[in-house]
Design a binder for this molecule. Structure first.
Ligand SMILES: Nc1ncnc2c1ncn2[C@@H]1O[C@H](COP(=O)(O)OP(=O)(O)O)[C@@H](O)[C@H]1O
Ligand SMILES: [Mg+2]
Length: 281
């Protein structure tokens, strides 16, 4: 299970408690005041972000806005310089991918990190040495578990013994996401999951994201495709030049407003109105 808590290290509570008890309760994952620089480049300045169980949050922004850098701080691949992280209200320090994973956070990168020469089952259980309950499974168990997870996600494949190289882009994305489910993810981070996909496959992946939401997971999805964003997310957080412009409820926001936030156009007044008090969500 992914419920082991990583202590904050210094044992000191944050000065301000995380936001609790709102209509949606404690976020599964909350970031506050996250900053990170690469030499002279301030890639992230004081960014807040949160995702609740059963919620899909879109992360959008122009090239270089800091989206991937932000995801990497959560994934433990490129830890933040400063900032507070909370998982289900508990302060955590995410200093490595292993810690991120142990906290129930799984990331699907654009390259998907699948082994083309192996079949679906083998890909799903690669790296199972990290999980005791996965390690204990035999081939028949693994095949059963694979079918079960794929059914949960409504993914259809010719056979789970198909070599991954022969699958479509959408199916490959599905396998990468199924892997996060097997690892008991609570929060799934997706970096541009539809970037390389055609229309039908994009549809498949958007459906997959909906299934994750139905399963009660929190999903953070980076996308430059606003049509995708509008179809599947509940909230969208816009980054611009490493700063959070705002978090918008997708139901009460137009594509023009999002574009304005991304580009920093002069729609500021409209955005404030829609977004309510500057803190978003
Ligand atoms: N490893 C790195 N070394 C130096 N600069 C980086 C590195 N990663 C990202 N950056 C810089 O940080 C900023 C944010 O980049 P990134 O997070 O990749 O943006 P996005 O994913 O929104 O396109 C950019 O200015 C980028 O050049
Ligand atoms: Mg990026």
């Amino acid at each position: 299970m992914a419920d082991s808590r990583i202590p904050t290290g210094d044992g000191v509570s944050p000065s301000v408690p995380p936001v609790n008890g709102g209509p949606k309760g404690t976020p599964l994952l909350q970031l506050r005041g996250v900053s990170k620089s690469f030499g002279a480049v301030q890639a992230l300045s004081n960014v807040d972000l949160e995702v609740h169980a059963g919620e899909v949050v879109g992360l959008v922004g122009d090239n270089g806005a800091g989206k991937s850098t932000l995801i990497k701080t959560i994934a433990g691949v490129g830890p933040a310089d400063t900032g507070e992280f909370f998982v289900e209200g508990q302060p955590v320090k995410i200093t490595s991918p292993q810690i991120s994973s142990r906290l129930g956070i799984e990331t699907v990168y654009q390259d998907l990190a699948l082994c083309d020469n192996l079949d679906v089952v083998a890909n799903l259980f690669l790296g199972r040495e990290e999980r005791e309950y996965l390690r204990s499974l035999n081939e028949t168990d693994m095949e059963k578990r694979t079918l079960q997870v794929l059914r949960t996600l409504d993914v259809k494949l010719p056979s789970v013994r198909t070599v991954v190289a022969s699958l479509s882009g959408g199916q490959r994305q599905s396998i990468a996401v199924a892997k996060t489910i097997l690892r008991n993810a609570k929060v799934v981070l997706l970096d541009e999951p539809t970037a390389a996909l055609g229309v039908a496959q994009t549809r498949q992946v958007l459906n997959l994201i909906r299934r994750l939401r139905e399963q009660g997971l929190g999903v953070i999805v980076i996308s430059h495709n606003l049509a995708d964003v509008f179809e599947v997310v509940d909230h969208v957080t816009v980054l611009r030049l490493g700063k959070k412009v705002g978090t918008f409820d997708i139901k009460s926001t137009t594509a023009e407003q999002i574009v304005a936030a991304i580009t920093g156009a002069e729609f500021g007044a409209i955005l404030q109105e829609t977004n309510g008090p500057s803190e978003g969500i």
